[in-house]
Write a protein that binds this ligand. Sequence first.
Ligand SMILES: *Cc1c(COP(=O)(O)O)cnc(C)c1O
Length: 366
Amino acid sequence: MDYSAYACPRCPGAEGDPGVLDVIYDYDAVAFDWRQTPLSETERRDVFRYLPVLPVDHVGALLQPGGTPLVSAPRLGASLGAEIWLKDETRNPTRCLKDRATAIAVTIATTLGHRELYCASPGNAAISLAAFCASQDLGCHVFVPRDLSPVRRAWLERFNADVRIGSGPYDDAYAEAEAIGRTAGWYSRNCALNPFLVEGKKTVAYEIFEAMPGAVPDMVVSPVGDGCTLAAIGKGFRELYSLGRIDRLPQLVGVQAESHAPLVHRREGALPVPSNAEGTRAVSIAVRRPRNAIRLLQELDHSKGIMIAVSDREIDNAYRRLAQKAGAVVEFSTAATLAGLTVLARLSSVKGKTIVLVLTGGRVES
Ligand SMILES: *Cc1c(COP(=O)(O)O)cnc(C)c1O
């Protein structure tokens, strides 16, 4: 496979989006493969279970992300009259969905003979990369924002990563990473640039599909930063549709913090965002120049999706309800899912709907 193409040469690069390419498969061949060896006979439970729809032909990571449970949350659903399920990504090796992309990054990097990898991240992708690199003796260079929390820094230090503290927020760390990492010839674990990595994230959709035999959720809700995660999940469902496994697509619901809501602004028909919010504690999604905007906006079109902005107060409230009504401890950014759904339920009924909240991360700050 040719792993050299990343961005579309014809894309305008609007607002920082480089026009990340998409990986397309021979879906007839995949359908044929899965008729010969049905998924139910596949022994692996991690992301590599879905090898025929991944851009790699072997397993090159030791840690095993994916295979996370879909947990029922009837007490959360009761007040909304909806059926709520939690896709518990906090069970991944480093407590975050990011591990799914890292497994692909490490596999491709080692295939190409790279021994050094890098990424820019508000924390979770960096910690994920650091853990995977530690487990197989690869060099790990991470570029993080200046205000990285002590908890996140401690995780990076545990894995002995080369930590480069940036001069400003994540958007600046991203530019610094690309300048240094590319020149050094390290392998990029930036989903916002490298199109192969989100293929790992899309396996969330395949797992939801397998956990709900015969049913498709009405909505899938995820926090949104660069847009890679929700776009990948949307792609996963579209592939299942192309493969004839499902007969409709779930509506994608993306949630951003009011202070960092560029994709809410760019989504047609979205509600106006209050402009008084200055900062947010939702650091994992505090992105001002989303690198995967085009991809996510397209996926939202396919699924008649919605973008919602929420305040930190709403996230805080959702954070407590997730713990008190579902026994789920998540990181602050992740609680934006329930906050977004709560706002949505006030605007239009979600009664009778089947809704999956993607609990993207579980690393709490204290
Ligand atoms: C990275 C991340 C997201 C959002 O992912 P994007 O691909 O940047 O949109 C959401 N929640 C958590 C916990 C994350 O780490």
